[in-house]
Design a protein. Structure first.
Length: 348
């Protein structure tokens, strides 16, 4: 029987990122082994405060550095599989509640597919139905970087453990896990820790389940909880899909309030490199300099119109080196000197 797509993932056209709290299982695994987690996070340029903030994102490229450091420090090439032992369902917030509240196992797997971008914007999952088997196929989206092998190992193990622990599947219901890595030197590490049939060298991560398990009910089913949390995830993904320039503009506006309106600070706030920020803005036909100038103009005109702050204070708050450079920029924006603009608006 030809495989058919029965559901579709919601895609997010944003940077290559993963949910920040999903990294906590790796952090936990490293702490138990007394690894220098803080130094490793610093090496990967990951702000540790992100790991406990709901909805924050970490670039895939930074997580790859963190994973490689984990292999180096532990000497464990199968560390990705081990992290599943330290995973907690609440690390995924509403995603977890949606899955547990589904009516059937088949519906729960389809919700994993639908909201997979919450976990990673790089991976798109297909739900394929065959006569005797159902497959989840974790494809790398075109134009996006492939996650490292350790990350895909973790996805496989966490998916396996979560479906067994939370929706009523057993390991006997799992027909095969195919990993997108070449045969390792010690495949027994993967076979023993996953405790299901495993093969290597796949094109994508594939997890197979017995088709006759799909209609089995989920004991914690709750349509109300499923609907409420599905709406939360839908809004979250819509937020990620929000126009990049709009998000960058808002972030830069916030940074200017604390005198950190630099390209480096904006890139950090958006969890990307300054070079990536530059390229992304160029693809949207704008630049950091243009955004900064636009926001400064709006804020400067508002301050001059509605406040009595000294011009020097306004200039410094907006990141100008002195009142002279601010005055020149203000005249370029409005055709008036700041004092003239203030006087004109005060008497109008």
């Amino acid at each position: 029987m030809t495989a058919q797509h029965s559901t579709k993932a919601i895609t997010v056209d944003d940077d290559a990122t993963t949910l920040s709290t999903s990294a906590l299982s790796l952090v936990n695994a490293l702490k138990i082994r007394n690894c220098p987690v803080d130094a490793m996070l610093q090496e990967a340029d990951i702000d540790p405060t992100l790991l406990t903030q709901m909805g924050k994102r970490i670039p895939i490229r930074k997580m790859e550095v963190f994973w490689k450091a984990a292999v180096r420090e532990t000497g464990d090439p199968a560390i990705g599989i081990t992290t599943a032992e330290h995973f907690k369902a609440n690390y995924l917030h509403a995603f977890h509640h949606v899955i547990q509240a589904c009516d059937s196992i088949g519906e729960a797997l389809q919700q994993i597919v639908r909201f997979s971008a919450v976990i990673s914007t790089v991976i798109e999952i297909d739900f394929l139905q065959h006569k005797e088997e159902v497959e989840l196929v974790f494809r790398v989206r075109e134009g996006y970087p492939s996650p490292c092998h350790e990350a895909m190992d973790a996805v496989a193990a966490i998916t396996l453990n979560s479906t067994v622990a939370n929706i009523g599947l057993s390991k006997e219901d799992v027909t095969l896990i195919q990993l997108p890595r070449s045969l390792p030197d010690n495949p027994e590490l993967w076979l023993k820790r996953l405790d299901v049939p495993v093969s290597f060298g796949a094109d994508f991560l594939r997890i197979g389940f017995k088709a006759n398990a799909m209609n089995r009910p989920v004991l914690t089913a709750s349509p109300e909880i499923a609907d409420t949390n599905s709406e939360l995830l839908q809004r979250y993904l819509e937020g990620l899909n929000q126009n990049f320039v709009s998000r960058a503009r808002q972030q830069l506006t916030d940074l200017l309030k604390v005198s950190e309106g630099t390209q480096e600070a904006l890139a950090s706030a958006l969890n990307m490199s300054a070079r990536s920020l530059q390229r992304r803005l160029q693809s949207e036909n704008t630049s950091f300099r243009h955004l900064l100038d636009e926001i400064r103009q709006q804020q400067a005109m508002s301050e001059m119109k509605y406040s009595q702050k000294p011009i020097t204070d306004i200039a410094l708050e907006l990141g100008f080196s002195d009142s002279g450079s601010f005055s020149r920029a203000f005249k370029r924006w409005t055709g008036l000197a700041p004092s003239q603009y203030r006087q004109q608006n005060a008497t109008s």
